[in-house]
Design a protein around this ligand. Structure first.
Ligand code: SF4
Ligand code: SF4
Length: 457
């Protein structure tokens, strides 16, 4: 007789679709405000012009990042590295202090999901209507509503992709490229890619991105301590839970009436009453809805609230603690350092490279000449002519075949000849060459150079 086949378990579990219920309240208003402000900045920023060019433009082919009146070059890579360090430290600081504020109010995944949900609600209605529509037959109403929603989603996703590419290609050129069907292959690829990514992430994947794809959700708990602000259900006050009518005397019961509204509004579909979970994005929707339930029941607000583990245990929350101070001081130091360095940034680069074909040349009259390739980068948004001064030896003369004049953001390569009498020194002469804008002496940069002279017998 054959043995019974072992029961097989699928490695893939289909997630049930979540229909978050709409909620109104203090934190919902804050979330809406944050969404409108952030989306407003994102969609309008590339349309702002300044001095005849797009104010914020990451011009990759030209290797220049324009951010209002600042232009960053590949030579400014250090600022990008520092910016990433500041972003990381800011995340550490705010997570240790206030938990997942970023996830709840500012993460692009949250913000775009909110926007897509808003469109979904406009077209299909709130939770119950959407559930009924999805479980009903494919009748005229369902087809019309689903088509209208898809139309809105696709249009919004396409505009998002277009705007994203507009940070890298001047957005007006991009628009005319689209309207005349003359867009390049790369722009077309990235436009379609980002539109599709927005549509997929905000329309379909939604909370799955936070639960399974986002690394921050996994490691943020390492930054939490017992004084970190979290959203929590007050078990000591809420339990034992149970349904009841308003005004009924139930001294043996806690304040939770088990209405499950906090679960229905949750965009990740979890039950906050089961304790702190990594799926919780701290959107505070459950705080708003539970406060409304408490108001209706005539109970004190705050059964679900922003709190800390210390406070829940009856202790005092310490805001200033070592990790907050360390993150804060590091962040402040890094921020002030970067701001100071940007304010002191000289929009000129000078590089000198020896001509390797000849060590030196003897000229008639006993002069010795060394030839260099001089690369000057005018990183300013104005044209400049530069004055050249040799420092360290007043017998050395410098000559260039043409004036050191550069248009704004121009890179110029010049041939520089240094000459000196053979008696000016012997072997290697170490010199500094200073380049200074004639119309603005604060724009000056020095480059060190070695001049070779014959060894004396
Ligand atoms: S909304 Fe408040 S009262 Fe209702 S189930 Fe959730 S915690 Fe309990
Ligand atoms: S548990 Fe509350 S705060 Fe956390 S994601 Fe759900 S609704 Fe938002």
């Amino acid at each position: 007789m054959n043995p019974e086949p072992a029961a097989q378990e699928s490695l893939y579990r289909k997630e049930p679709k979540i229909y978050p219920r709409q909620v109104r309240g203090r934190f919902d208003t804050l979330r809406d405000l944050s969404m409108y402000v952030l989306l407003g900045i994102y969609y309008f920023l590339p349309w702002i012009s300044m001095d005849g060019r797009q104010a914020v433009l990451f011009d990759l082919p030209a290797r220049k990042f324009h951010i209002f009146n600042l232009t960053f070059w590949p030579q400014d890579f250090i600022y990008l590295a520092l910016l990433l360090a500041i972003a990381g430290l800011t995340l550490f600081f705010f997570t240790a202090l206030a938990g997942r504020l970023w996830c709840g109010y500012a993460c692009p995944q949250t913000v775009w999901t909110e926007a897509f949900l808003l469109m979904e609600r406009w077209v299909e209605g709130d939770r119950l209507k959407r559930m009924r529509l999805d479980n009903g037959p494919w009748n005229r109403e369902r087809i019309l509503r689903k088509t209208a929603k898809q139309f809105l989603w696709i249009a919004f996703a396409a505009w998002t992709g277009f705007t994203f590419v507009g940070f890298f290609t001047p957005i007006r050129e991009l628009w005319s490229g689209i309207s005349t069907f003359s867009l390049g292959p790369w722009e077309t690829f990235w436009l379609v890619f980002y539109s599709f990514a927005t549509y997929g992430n905000a329309g379909f994947l939604r909370e799955q991105v936070c639960k399974y794809m986002c690394p921050y959700a996994r490691f943020q708990s390492a930054m939490f301590d017992k004084d970190t602000l979290i959203i929590s259900y007050d078990e000591s006050r809420g339990e034992p839970r149970g349904g009841r009518r308003k005004g009924s005397e139930t001294p043996e019961m806690g304040d939770c009436i088990n209405c499950t509204l906090c679960v229905q509004v949750c965009p990740t579909g979890i039950d906050i009453r089961e304790g702190l979970q990594y799926e919780c994005i701290a959107c505070a929707a459950c705080v708003d809805i539970c406060d409304q339930v408490m108001d209706k029941m005539g109970y004190e607000r705050g059964l679900v609230r922003y709190t800390t583990e210390h406070s829940l245990a009856g202790g005092l929350t310490r805001v200033l603690r070592p990790r907050i101070l360390i993150y804060g001081v590091l962040l402040l130091a890094l921020l002030s350092g970067v701001l100071w360095s940007i304010s002191q940034r000289v929009p000129l680069r000078a590089e000198l490279i020896r001509d390797r074909n000849a060590l030196y040349r003897e000229l008639p009259g006993g002069q010795i000449e060394n030839v260099y390739k001089l690369k000057l980068i005018n990183m300013d948004d104005q044209a400049h002519s530069y004055r050249l001064t040799v420092l360290g030896n007043d017998q050395v003369e410098a000559n260039t075949a043409r004036p050191l004049s550069l248009a704004s953001e121009e890179v110029g390569v010049f041939s520089l000849r240094l000459s000196a009498p053979a008696t000016a020194g012997q072997g290697v002469l170490r010199l500094d060459i200073r380049f200074e804008a004639e119309d603005n002496p604060s724009i000056q940069r020095s480059a060190s150079v070695r001049m070779l002279l014959p060894e004396k017998p």
